[in-house]
Design a binder for this molecule. Structure first.
Ligand code: PSU
Ligand code: MN
Length: 301
């Protein structure tokens, strides 16, 4: 796998020198994750936050049938315009079929980060167990990837259109340590708390890096949940209505499979009249900043 991955010159130099690196997914920066031009702004702010924190950003994607870790400047526009979602299992198909542009999810990014030796990954929200999964079986491959790649994932929890309690149960069964960043509650993306506790709280980047180092089941990753900054949190009542509307539309239109998450994300944005977008940018940037601190701590070990 690693021989099929092209690493950018900047990321490769950082890895060889043992300097801190933070992987970033690309679905969030495509039209599947955020509307233009907010997606471009999200990418710029996340790249800057990682660099300001003293780490090298490594955006993952598929370009011209090649798995990529780190983009060259002219390539960012292609990723922003990408519409083909690539999860971990899809990477092989994308390479075999020469996919021109594929945007990577959390699961694909964790697989690529692991393959090239990057220990920290930042995103907005992870996929999880969908509501009604008992009937549909819809459980994001992100959770299995968290259980199988030794990488710290930094996220703002997951959106509440998922079944967050079952998502936490899944991570417990899979043996993935879940840490709350200076916070005791599992965040619900736009909200600082889902009302569910995280099993452990982490006060410093050093502790997070040490948990990755000492975890007993060596295969697993670590999930670090960072609440959205208080000033950017959305109104819970407006959000509840938006989520209910989005889920009802999803069911009414018979959307299934990999299309569910992008569909629901687009509906939430419409139902909140765009208020969700600045909140999304703020939390993604904040996660990138915390991830850089964890990468610096890891590189210092
Ligand atoms: N949640 C968000 N924004 C996103 C995603 C999830 O708030 O952009 C994307 C991520 O790339 C995540 C993927 O890995 O959706 C999960 O999709 P699925 O539920 O199909 O596994
Ligand atoms: Mn799914």
């Amino acid at each position: 796998m690693s021989s099929a991955i092209r690493i950018s010159a900047a990321v490769s130099a950082a890895l060889e020198a043992g300097r801190p690196v933070v992987a970033l997914e690309s679905t969030i920066f495509s039209s599947l994750g955020l509307p233009a031009p907010a997606n471009g702004e999200a990418l710029r702010r996340c790249l800057a936050a990682v660099r300001d924190g003293g780490a090298e950003p490594a955006v993952t994607a598929v370009l011209d049938g090649q798995a990529r870790v780190g983009l060259d400047p002219g390539e960012e526009e292609r990723v922003l315009a990408g519409t083909a979602k690539v999860a971990e299992r899809d990477i092989a198909v994308a390479l075999a079929q020469g996919l021109p542009v594929g945007v990577t999810t959390v699961s694909a990014s964790l697989a690529l980060a692991h393959a090239v030796g990057i220990g920290v990954f930042a995103t907005g929200g992870i996929g999880g167990v969908h509501r009604g999964a008992g009937v549909t079986g819809d459980i994001s491959a992100d959770l299995d990837a968290l259980a199988n790649h030794p990488v710290v994932t930094v996220c703002a929890g997951a959106k509440a259109f998922l079944d967050l309690a079952r998502t936490l149960e899944y991570l417990e069964t899979a043996g993935v340590p879940v840490l709350g960043w200076q916070h005791d509650w599992f965040p619900a993306f736009y909200l600082r708390s889902s009302g569910l506790r995280v099993p452990h709280r982490a006060q410093t980047a050093r502790v997070v890096a040490d948990v990755l180092r000492y975890r007993v089941r060596e295969r697993t990753g670590v999930l670090l949940t960072v609440p959205i900054p208080a000033a950017d949190e959305l109104d819970p009542v407006m959000l509840d209505e938006a989520l209910a509307g989005a889920l009802a539309a999803c069911a009414a239109e018979g959307v299934t499979g990999a299309a569910v998450t992008p569909f629901v994300l687009g509906r939430i944005e419409r139902q909140t009249a765009g208020a969700s977008v600045p909140a999304n940018l703020a939390l993604a940037e904040n996660n990138a900043r915390v991830a850089a601190a964890v990468a610096v701590a890891l590189a210092g070990q």
